[in-house]
Design a protein around this ligand. Structure first.
Ligand code: P5A
Ligand code: ZN
Length: 481
């Protein structure tokens, strides 16, 4: 058994520890760098998160599709900025058996090109618009920055990519707002706090007009980009010569957006709701919502009573539709079982001994606060339902408060630098709007700019610390993953 790591003071190691201890994701043993294995417990967490994403998109009129993994080199090269951005990250298939291929095939790093290519056949008229497609697939990026489990992968196995088409710029702008709303809903239901920023020009998605990003602050104070929404303008439709008929009978290139979420959402879910004992699962996502641990004590008679009571409680909970596990392993002591299920973040533990059997109760322990209470069996379903709601609210509030405590607004660059370099989190400084000043600040702070708050926030009365001119807004900096 690997030993526990501290959640806050040793977060990167804590994350590796929890993935292994809780049997979520086996990373580092598979013999290809940047690729990991979803294990059964992790897969179930992932599956529920994916369902949540699907639901949020389906309710907003998105249609799920499935495109081929391979993209011919010729397609991938059509949009110049796009290929420039991805050139050095593409894995190429060059052979079929022993035969060299005529045209190299890329393992998709993202699917703007292949999807636009097919949309050109499918969409002819404004009457078909807006069109919202999405797929949840593996993508491949030959990342050169340090790879990390779920966080910086070379095979991103849970890549949700949405691609939309519109008959006007205005409608693509409306779509950007809808995507942001959908993402807020998804992160909110997972209790994951986020900052929304408009990325600086030099950090937008290759081929986009602009990029809006969701970031969160990890327990070590470093920022992780957990989702992005891009307005692609007509950049892809023009180079693919993709035109549609508009309502006035004229023909023009349609407008597009794309937005993506990856395995990082699961990494974040596990990380932001954690403590020194392990992760804490949001009840709606938890693969096991309630674990029952029999506490053997007394003589044979007591043991029989405990076993019978456990069976009764299990039945009551299953009838209430809960995902329950009885940990009746003979060879493991209760203390070791507590440790085991706490690392996995099971929201509620029920301890059942002779006294509980006698009194027709259980001892209920909440994973988030570790509070104990005695609950009569007849009240159990309603109590657990209430406790789940409380755990969700508590985890969400705790995570938001934690993130807010790691954001510092200051007009003083020295103070900002101290804040980000000690990995306390995000510094927000006033900015004149000039890209050169923003770039200078990146150098001075030795941190990356996340861009400006979205929606835009006023900074009247403050001055840009680089040029001294009036600030038009705030700009965010942090050490990032
Ligand atoms: C939007 C979807 C795109 O690829 N095309 C389709 C657009 N955007 S993106 O910003 O490049 O990626 C979307 C999100 O995926 C996460 N991500 C990663 N996660 C794990 N490992 C990686 N190597 C990786 N690269 C990107 C980020 O959260 C990003 O916002
Ligand atoms: Zn300036």
């Amino acid at each position: 058994m690997v030993s526990r790591e501290r959640w806050e003071s040793n977060y990167p190691r804590w994350f590796d520890w929890v993935l292994e201890e809780a049997e979520i994701y086996d990373y580092g043993r598979y013999p290809v760098k940047g690729m990991g294995v979803w294990m059964p417990y992790g897969f179930q967490i992932r599956r529920r998160v994916v369902e949540l994403i699907r639901d949020a998109l389906d309710r907003r009129g998105h249609e799920e599709v499935l495109f081929p993994l391979l993209i011919p080199e010729t397609l991938l090269r059509v949009e110049k900025e796009h290929i420039k951005g991805f050139e050095d990250e593409v894995y190429w298939v060059t052979h079929g058996g022993l035969e060299p291929l005529d045209i190299k095939l890329a393992l998709r790093p993202t699917s703007e090109t292949s999807i636009t290519f097919m949309e050109n056949y499918w969409i002819k008229s404004y009457r078909q618009l807006p069109k919202k497609y999405y797929q949840i697939v593996s993508i491949f990026r030959y990342e050169t920055k340090a790879t990390r489990p779920m966080i910086r992968l070379r095979e991103v196995t849970t890549f949700k990519e949405a691609h939309t088409v519109h008959d006007s710029f205005e409608d693509s702008e409306r779509q950007v707002l809808e995507a942001i709303e959908a993402y807020k809903e998804i992160y909110d239901s997972l209790g994951i706090p986020y900052l929304i920023s408009k990325r600086p020009e030099w950090d937008k998605f290759p081929g986009a007009l602009y990029t809006i990003a969701f970031d969160t602050i990890m327990p070590d104070g470093r920022v992780l980009q957990i989702g992005t929404v891009h307005n692609l303008g007509q950049n892809f439709t023009k180079v693919f010569d993709f035109k549609i008929q508009l309502s006035d009978e004229s023909h023009d290139y349609p407008w597009q957006t794309s937005y993506g979420i990856s395995d990082r959402i699961v990494a974040t879910l596990i990380s932001v709701h954690g403590d020194d004992r392990g992760t804490v699962m949001i009840p709606s996502i938890a693969p096991i919502q309630v674990v029952i641990v029999p506490i053997p004590a007394g003589g044979d008679e007591d043991r029989v009573a405990v076993t019978r009571h456990v069976a009764r409680v299990l039945k009551v909970l299953e009838e209430a539709g809960l995902r329950v596990r009885v940990d009746d392993r003979e060879e493991v002591r209760p203390g070791a079982k507590f440790y085991y299920w706490e690392a996995r973040g099971v929201p509620v533990r029920l301890e059942i001994g002779p006294r509980e059997a006698r009194e027709d109760t259980v001892t209920l322990v909440r994973r988030d606060t570790l509070e104990k209470s005695i609950v009569p069996v007849e009240e159990l379903p309603s109590t657990i339902k209430r406790v789940f709601e409380e755990i969700y609210e508590n985890l969400k509030e705790r995570a938001w408060n934690y993130m807010r405590s790691r954001i510092k607004r200051t007009e003083n660059l020295g103070e900002a630098k101290e804040w980000v370099s000690q990995r306390r989190g995000v510094a927000e400084v006033p900015w004149c709007g000039n890209d050169e000043c923003a770039a200078r600040m990146e150098d001075e702070l030795e941190a990356k700019s996340l861009g400006t708050p979205w929606p835009r926030e006023d900074a009247t009365g403050s001055r840009c610390p680089i040029c001294g001119r009036d600030a038009v807004t705030w700009i965010r900096y942090a050490k990032t993953y």
